[in-house]
Design a protein around this ligand. Structure first.
Ligand SMILES: [Zn+2]
Length: 494
């Protein structure tokens, strides 16, 4: 039985005490004994596993970064060192006597095979998902059955946070792939005994297939990637469909602008659905977990409700690494508390959160778990390394996305980076392709696009080109690729 109901009503002090207890036990009986990587880290830095007793003690442990995980020494891939690897010797050496006696008793009463099965269920990797970096090689994160059980728990907690009833039906449009989002939804539905149809997204069933799935299932809840969900809803609207059954849209994106949420609700209103909630979610492969907002009005975000019995989040100054206080901006750092398989401690997510973490009870659902502000942007140089030199200025390409998706008169957009005259020695150019909504004042929109991009990236686009929607959808490969081509870099490499 998942103790979520009780944890979500516990006091701040009780939650912290639980975290301290779980952290000390996790480090002493799982991480130090069985993680080749962290045992070395502890030994090299003179950290005694027994000295990590509280959340504050974590600060003695060095950070783990994305680069640590993708590194190789030519022969071994580093991510393997993060997988817990127990054997008879380390178990005997590190586990407390009471636990060893329990093991011996189980073996005597139910046989050696039973004990081996139990150990395999807890530790042996049986499932995996990959990171989806655009420039990095994908890194595998492994799950034992213990972690898959947790993935069920996280999914069920999310459905509770969204206030989804057992009688509601769900359509899952996340792309079918070894990625966290798709499986988080599948397992969440199974754990909550809610009927889900997973279409696999546009690449698997096509947009017409996805719309047919909606018409057949008449779900109250639709989940997916923001751009694809938007595309499906717009296409359904153009076909004159009645989607009045849809009440909740859950999107796999940490940061949803108010403008984008409004665009989604406007489309749904045109198809007969009033009073719709749009939720953002936050998750990443390294945590093998996702977190959710609770229901609010469209202009407000509750923030992401954390699972304090399963992880610890810190917010740090990305430059100095110093831990920040409650509600302060900084980079999110993740530590697992109940993981097997691939385990990371003090993992730098590369995600920058404005408003940090709050420990006050949620004003919307009254749950007392800590919440991360949903104003999350990627520190691109750390995470996706899409920091790109355009016109001699260092530009965070992710900023284009938040700006353009939020402009209400824009239906779809794409950015092309290229060289003037296609000459590799000439200056860089930024071209914005826009498909506007009907009846829009193009000159005014062009003005707005240029102004907003300049404000957030310090680069003025050279041109804003208007394209017909079908042409732009084709260019974006919205219906054919598992990830849309939002920003294309056509500058010669090198
Ligand atoms: Zn809440």
């Amino acid at each position: 039985m998942d103790p979520w109901g009780q944890i979500a009503r516990s006091s701040r002090e009780d939650i912290r005490a639980l975290q301290n207890k779980k952290l000390a036990r996790f480090i002493k009986t799982y991480v130090y004994p069985f993680s080749p990587r962290y045992r070395r880290t502890f030994d090299e830095n003179g950290i005694k596993p027994g000295s990590i007793r509280t959340v504050e003690d974590l600060q003695a442990i060095p950070f783990t970064s994305k680069l640590d995980l993708i590194a190789t020494d030519g022969r071994t891939e580093k991510f393997k060192e993060y997988i817990l690897q127990p054997d008879k010797e380390t178990i005997r050496k590190f586990w407390p006597a009471t636990r060893l006696i329990r093991l011996a008793l189980s073996s005597a009463l139910r046989g050696q095979e039973y004990v081996e099965d139990q150990m395999a269920r807890e530790f042996r990797p049986a499932f995996m998902t990959f990171t989806t970096g655009t420039t990095n090689l994908p890194t595998a994160f492994l799950y034992s059955n213990h972690d898959v059980d947790n993935l069920h728990i996280y999914g069920a907690r999310m459905l509770k946070l969204f206030d989804i009833a057992g009688s509601d039906r769900i359509v899952n449009m996340f792309p079918y792939a070894p990625h966290l989002a798709f499986w988080q939804v599948v397992f969440g539905g199974l754990a909550s005994s809610v009927l889900i149809m997973s279409t696999g997204g546009g690449k698997v069933m096509g947009t017409d297939g996805n719309i047919s799935a909606l018409m057949k299932m008449k779900p109250a809840v639709l989940l997916g990637v923001p751009s694809y969900v938007y595309h499906v809803l717009r296409t359904a609207r153009d076909q004159g469909r009645d989607l009045s059954f849809l009440k909740k849209i859950v999107l796999g994106a940490a940061r949803l602008g108010e403008g984008f949420k409004e665009k989604i609700t406007e489309l749904l209103m045109q198809m007969g659905s009033g009073d719709v909630s749009v939720f953002g979610t936050y998750g990443f492969t390294e945590a093998r977990c996702a977190w959710a907002e609770c229901p609010t009005s469209i202009s407000v975000s509750s923030g992401y409700h954390l699972y304090p019995d399963k992880e610890i989040f810190e917010v740090i100054d990305p430059k100095t690494g110093v831990v920040r206080g409650e509600g302060e901006d900084g980079e999110l750092v993740y530590t697992a508390l109940d993981a097997r398989g691939s385990v990371v401690l003090r993992y730098r997510t590369g995600d920058f959160v404005r408003g940090g973490i709050t420990y006050a009870p949620c004003p919307h659902c009254r749950r007392t778990v800590p919440r991360v502000s949903s104003d999350i942007t990627r520190l691109s140089d750390v995470k996706d390394m899409r920091l790109s030199k355009i016109k001699g200025a260092l530009v965070d390409l992710n900023n284009f996305s938040s700006v353009l998706s939020d402009i209400k008169m824009i239906d779809e957009w794409q950015i092309e980076l290229r060289k003037h005259n296609n000459d590799p020695f000439d200056v860089d150019e930024v071209v914005v392709y826009v498909s506007p909504k009907s009846g829009c004042d193009r000159a005014r929109l062009e003005e707005e696009v240029k102004k907003k991009i300049l404000l957030s990236t310090e680069v003025t686009p050279n041109r804003v080109d208007f394209l017909e929607l079908p042409e732009l959808v084709r260019r974006l490969e919205l219906e054919t690729a598992s990830k849309e081509k939002r920003i294309i870099d056509n500058r010669p490499k090198g």
